[in-house]
Design a protein around this ligand. Structure first.
Ligand code: MG
Length: 252
């Protein structure tokens, strides 16, 4: 069952999203060569708790971090630790914030210093695919319209959608129905209705689409070792169209 939220509940989720966005901006300013992912995690936890909120990921199924930090060929679910960011890396940071019982979920892939052309293009294409999906989030459209818009915009650039990892509904729980694949057919799947809130999260490999689990039981890598990117927003379907509850722009 897809749990629809009232406009007031969407506003409450936007309040969680506001804390998340300010945390993400703070981490973006620290994402420089020499910083460790453990330092970013500590800064995130301190900030989130200072806002009267809870890092949703901490302790989730035993996950030890407050954020997921996934460099280079690691796609998602990286455990923060001693890894020291270096110039030319890309670093995916995923944050969940629970505020007054409502969850917001978002991810960014940050450039660590100047990037080579391949990495820069991967980030641009993955981010653009997120917005292509969000644009479809109007009442009366179908989930497949969102999924296929993401898929088309990525595959048109010759990059690979990871099929075994998907987005999801979000609300009081971090993972609600429905699953939101980043591939699909227009017009298929559940019809989008006012009050649905979805975490839209394209995960894209520069090489092939396959992934493998890391030895820690959490981290997921591209199987071929190619770079991977992850952008995610929490988005509500409103009568006026999509409302991003975790708005974040590079220029901010
Ligand atoms: Mg998510």
């Amino acid at each position: 069952m897809i749990i629809r939220k009232t406009p007031e509940q969407v506003d409450q989720m936007a309040a969680a999203g506001d804390i998340l966005v300010r945390c993400m901006k703070m981490l973006g300013s620290k994402a420089r060569p020499g910083v460790t992912t453990g330092e970013l995690d500590a800064a995130a936890e301190k900030f989130i708790r200072s806002q009267g909120a809870i890092p949703s990921f901490k302790g989730y199924r035993g996950f030890p971090g407050s954020i997921c930090s996934s460099p280079n060929s690691m796609v998602v679910h990286g455990i923060p630790g001693p890894y020291e960011c270096k110039r030319g890396d890309i670093l995916s940071v995923d944050i969940g914030v629970t505020h007054e019982g409502w969850v917001a979920d978002a991810a960014m892939t940050f450039p660590i210093g100047p990037l080579d052309t391949e990495a820069r293009r991967l980030l641009e294409v993955t981010k653009a695919s997120l917005f292509a999906g969000i644009e479809q989030m109007h009442p009366g459209n179908h989930l497949g319209d969102v999924s296929s818009a993401i898929q088309r915009s990525v595959e048109a650039e010759g990059l690979s959608i990871i099929r075994t990892l998907v987005g999801h509904g979000v609300g009081r729980d971090m993972h609600e129905e429905p699953q939101v694949p980043n591939f699909g057919e227009p017009g298929k799947g559940p019809e989008l209705e006012e009050g649905m809130v979805l975490a839209i999260e394209p995960m894209v490999n520069a090489g092939g689409p396959l992934v493998r689990m890391g030895d820690d039981g959490w981290s997921v890598y591209s199987e071929d070792g190619s770079l991977a990117a992850h952008f995610e927003f929490t988005v509500a379907v409103t009568p006026d169209g999509p409302r991003v509850l975790t708005p974040w722009h590079e220029s901010d």
